[in-house]
Design a protein around this ligand. Structure first.
Ligand SMILES: [Zn+2]
Length: 260
């Protein structure tokens, strides 16, 4: 598929997006669940995703539940962990890695915990909601690579325990009721202030404080491009809005940026 195969409206917007990206010096890409749904990872905050209908994520994926009944949390998290473990990056992830490799300064700020940007080859990734790649001890705070624990947990539901003190290990993801990790959050704000273009991809911008970043970029005079299949609150202020499949349109835009 190429840009001309999309509807004429989308094709024109894609060309305008490519033009803005080509002129940009510092690009910040803000991604959300929508960029990973083509890789088979459900948006657990969306109604009808299966995970939502079975349990209430706001309750079960909360710090309170993890502290009071970790087995309930791990039971809920198990199918999601399995999907993340098996997921592969899709063409949208690959396109952003190519953009960075092409020499355009690119920082990815993501709300996703699946590590797919890194799997695709992106180097500068700020994970605001943490990651499933590591686990930390709730008692002695020692950090472990998830890999050795994953298979037993996914296959048999074995709850990961600390090799040091035998306490329960918590995935390094930000649960409801937890603060954002300080260092990536500060860096995300700094990158946003320095960017001359922000591209929002696959996020409906409904979760604060991350949802406020595009406004910070706009206030600094940056251009804004939004590619998402649903409207966002900043669409009225964006230079280009494309409501289309991220895995189809983003590779076309970025191919155009790199190869003209
Ligand atoms: Zn420990």
């Amino acid at each position: 598929m190429n840009i001309a195969d999309h509807s004429s409206h989308t094709a024109l917007d894609a060309l305008r997006a490519a033009g803005l990206l080509r002129k940009a010096k510092r690009v910040v890409v803000l991604t959300g669940a929508g960029i990973s749904t083509p890789s088979g990872i459900p948006d657990f905050r969306s109604e009808g995703s299966g995970l939502w209908s079975r349990d209430e994520p706001m309750e079960v994926a909360s710090l309170t539940t993890f502290r009071t009944s970790p087995e309930k949390f791990f039971h809920w998290f198990r199918p999601l962990a399995g999907q993340i473990f098996n997921a592969q990056p899709n063409p949208a992830h690959m396109a952003f890695a190519e953009l960075e490799n092409s020499g355009i300064t690119t920082t990815i700020i993501t709300q996703n915990i699946d590590g797919l940007h890194q799997k695709a080859g992106s180097k500068k990734v700020l994970e605001l909601h943490g990651t499933t790649r590591t686990l930390s001890c709730t008692q002695c705070f020692k950090q472990f690579d998830s890999q050795p624990f994953l298979q037993a947990y996914i296959d048999h539901g074995t709850i990961p325990l600390c090799a040091n003190c035998n306490a329960i290990l918590k995935p390094d993801v930000i649960l409801f009721g937890e603060q954002l990790p300080q260092s990536p959050w500060f860096e995300a704000q700094r990158e946003t202030r320095q960017a001359d273009l922000m591209l929002v991809a696959g996020s409906s911008l409904e979760v604060l404080p991350v949802a406020g970043l595009p406004m910070q970029a706009l206030d600094r005079g940056a251009h804004l491009i939004v590619v998402n299949n649903a409207p966002t609150y900043v669409n009225v202020r964006a230079d280009v809005v494309i409501m289309d499949d991220v895995a189809a349109i983003l590779p076309e835009i970025i191919k155009r940026v790199i190869h003209g």
